[in-house]
Design a protein around this ligand. Structure first.
Ligand SMILES: [Zn+2]
Length: 95
């Protein structure tokens, strides 16, 4: 028995892993409230990934604030300390 109980550690990681809240979405303020931003290619009906459920949703062609069409309306999103649900929605921005 070699008695080697040590795990080989990879010391050449490109970046140290930081305990940071992953923020995968942009935030915009509208009417004094903060909302996540969801992006959509101009002219497309389908949005990019929903910040609540990770799916895509179909909305009318105009950008702006919308209720999120998530199947699970109990989802919560922490937006700068405020808890939003799909009923609070998001702001559609075109690119
Ligand atoms: Zn959704």
């Amino acid at each position: 028995m070699g008695g080697c109980g040590l795990f080989a550690k990879n010391t050449t990681l490109p970046q140290p892993r930081k305990k940071r809240k992953m923020k995968m979405f942009e935030v915009q303020t509208q009417s004094g409230r903060k909302f996540p931003v969801i992006r959509r290619k101009q002219g497309a009906m389908e949005t990019d990934e929903c910040p609540y459920c990770g799916g895509t949703h179909i909305h009318g062609t105009a950008p702006g604030h919308r209720i999120a069409h998530c199947t699970n309306k109990a989802l919560e999103l922490n937006v700068d300390g405020e808890r939003l649900t799909p009923f609070d929605g998001y702001i559609i921005v075109h690119y």
